[in-house]
Write a protein that binds this ligand. Structure first.
Ligand SMILES: C[S@@+](CC[C@H](N)C(=O)[O-])C[C@H]1O[C@@H](n2cnc3c(N)ncnc32)[C@H](O)[C@@H]1O
Length: 196
């Protein structure tokens, strides 16, 4: 099966819950320093980060192309009594078409090949308000062979962030040991980038 949307739907269908339900600890630390506004969660999955932000008063738009993941987030948002704008779309198409700008864009654990990743970064930069932020977390290149995609081209490095966001203020750029999924520790790259 070559269709990434169907591959993701199948992954979600195979298990009741694919990812942990806690928000990413690095996101929690990063947003603690920010005033709630509008947030865009790209590739939100089951929505752990969207839910955290919505509970903290952010007005969240959550984009994913997996119907299964979005349905889970819809249920979780209803249970938590928070409102989240759910968008079932390819994130590249969404970024191309949206006329809205956001105070925070979250790119958490999205691992396309580098060419697509740079395109995603470039598109994301255009939907951030001046003074707003992009938060990125994903498997670091040092995770190669341990966890995450087995292809180095899909893993993140500090140098790619510096290159892609040369026109942004780098507020945070660090490597952390992150619990990426059920109990698996992973060297992850974390970045918080401010649009000036
Ligand atoms: C590894 S999961 C991460 C989920 C969530 N961000 C988190 O950290 O818990 C990647 C998610 O991105 C979604 N995704 C991957 N590529 C996408 C694309 N091009 N457009 C929309 N969603 C995409 C998948 O369906 C999946 O839910």
């Amino acid at each position: 099966m070559d269709n990434p949307k169907e591959q993701w739907n199948q992954r979600y269908q195979e298990i009741d819950r694919l990812w942990i339900s806690q928000a990413d600890p690095s996101l929690v630390v990063a947003v603690d320093t920010l005033t709630p506004g509008s947030a865009l969660d790209l590739g939100c999955g089951e929505g752990r980060n969207s839910l955290y932000l919505a509970k903290r008063g952010w007005n969240v738009t959550a984009v994913d192309f997996s119907d299964v993941a979005l349905e889970r987030l819809k249920t979780a948002a209803s249970t938590a009594e928070v409102s989240i704008n759910l968008v079932n779309d390819d994130l590249t198409e969404f970024l191309k078409d949206t006329k809205t700008k956001f105070d925070l864009v979250v790119i958490a654990n999205i691992h396309p090949p580098s060419e697509e990743r740079f395109q995603m970064y470039s598109q994301a930069k255009h939907v951030v308000n001046t003074g707003g932020h992009i938060f990125i977390i994903g498997h670091h290149l040092d995770a190669l062979g341990h966890i995450g995609p087995p292809d180095p081209d899909r893993l993140l490095t500090e140098s790619e962030i510096r290159r892609a966001f040369a026109d942004f203020e780098i507020t945070v750029l660090t490597k952390v040991s992150d619990v990426a999924d059920f109990g698996h520790e992973s060297p992850s790259l974390v970045a918080l980038l401010k649009a000036t």
